[in-house]
Write a protein of this length. Structure first.
Length: 133
């Protein structure tokens, strides 16, 4: 009986995974006249390098894995020499709720965050780091 219950729990998760909506990760450049370099990846997926002009965004859509262990890290760097940068956890899956949209915005004074596309205020999460090459 116990094995049957476990089977049905796993089956419901698989079916739910098929019909679940995708998560959306959006990174936006709001720097003052600088290119924003971004590179995001997870354990399984490398989303590559992207260079955003002021006002541009890069959007990634994906589904959480079955075990809800999906984790994406992103690197942002300010052009032209990209010595001002930051690496951060951009998305972590959760069992308790559907996140939907995760926004990260690069500004001159730091990196801002919001999970609601409809007007919740941005929250500054990270300061920029200066790295020497």
């Amino acid at each position: 009986m116990k094995n049957l219950i476990i089977f049905f729990i796993l089956l419901s998760r698989c079916i739910g995974q098929i019909v679940d909506e995708k998560e959306t990760l959006v990174l936006t450049n709001e720097l003052n006249n600088k290119i924003l370099a971004i590179h995001c990846k997870s354990k399984d997926d490398d989303l590559g390098d992207h260079y955003l002009a002021v006002g541009q965004s890069q959007e990634y859509k994906f589904r959480d894995n079955l075990w809800h262990t999906t984790l994406f890290w992103c690197h942002m760097g300010q052009g032209p020499d990209y010595k001002i940068q930051q690496v951060f956890e951009a998305y972590r899956s959760t069992w308790t709720k559907y996140v939907g949209y995760t926004y990260w915005i690069g500004r001159e004074d730091g990196i801002y965050f919001r999970q609601d596309p409809h007007g919740l205020p941005l929250v500054k999460r990270y300061d920029w780091n200066l790295t020497a090459y």
